[in-house]
Design a protein around this ligand. Structure first.
Ligand code: SF4
Ligand code: SF4
Length: 131
């Protein structure tokens, strides 16, 4: 029993040594999220417009029902989202919207610093998502 106790203490002391900490001094030091991290959404732009073709697949699959899309047609007869909005307060960051998109028009970024004091800030419209 003493052996296990000493082993546990040695692990604890090892982590006290400089350079062995498992935590960082956030926000002065920030860890890089993994490639698979699902953070804030991004609507992918093309040359003169957004890539989204307003097909309604992402609001359909979204389990939290937090995506609002309203489609319109431009002069060339192409569909585009006149309104595209995500309510991040309801989003569960599952990534289904990204998986469902047939034209890879939406992706999830590594951005995770989303805290705010005002609820309306969490309603991300098309302009804010097109980055
Ligand atoms: S990540 Fe999930 S919950 Fe959030 S908008 Fe996409 S489908 Fe909806
Ligand atoms: S983001 Fe993709 S899935 Fe969602 S409406 Fe646009 S084209 Fe369809």
């Amino acid at each position: 029993m003493f052996k296990e106790f000493a082993k546990g203490l040695s692990i604890t002391f090892k982590h006290l040594l400089p350079g062995h900490s498992t935590t960082v001094q956030y926000p002065h030091v920030k860890l890089k999220p993994s490639d698979r991290f699902r953070g804030l959404h991004r609507l992918v732009p093309t040359q003169d417009r957004e890539k989204c073709v307003a097909c309604y697949l992402c609001p359909t699959v979204c389990p939290a029902k937090c995506i609002t899309v309203e489609s319109a047609e431009n002069d060339k007869g192409e569909k585009y989202p006149a309104v595209y909005r995500i309510d991040l307060l309801r989003c569960i960051f599952c990534g289904y919207c990204v998986e469902a998109c047939p034209v890879e028009a939406i992706e999830m970024t590594a951005e995770y610093e989303l805290a705010n004091y005002q609820r309306e800030i969490f309603a991300y419209n098309k302009e804010r998502l097109l980055r």
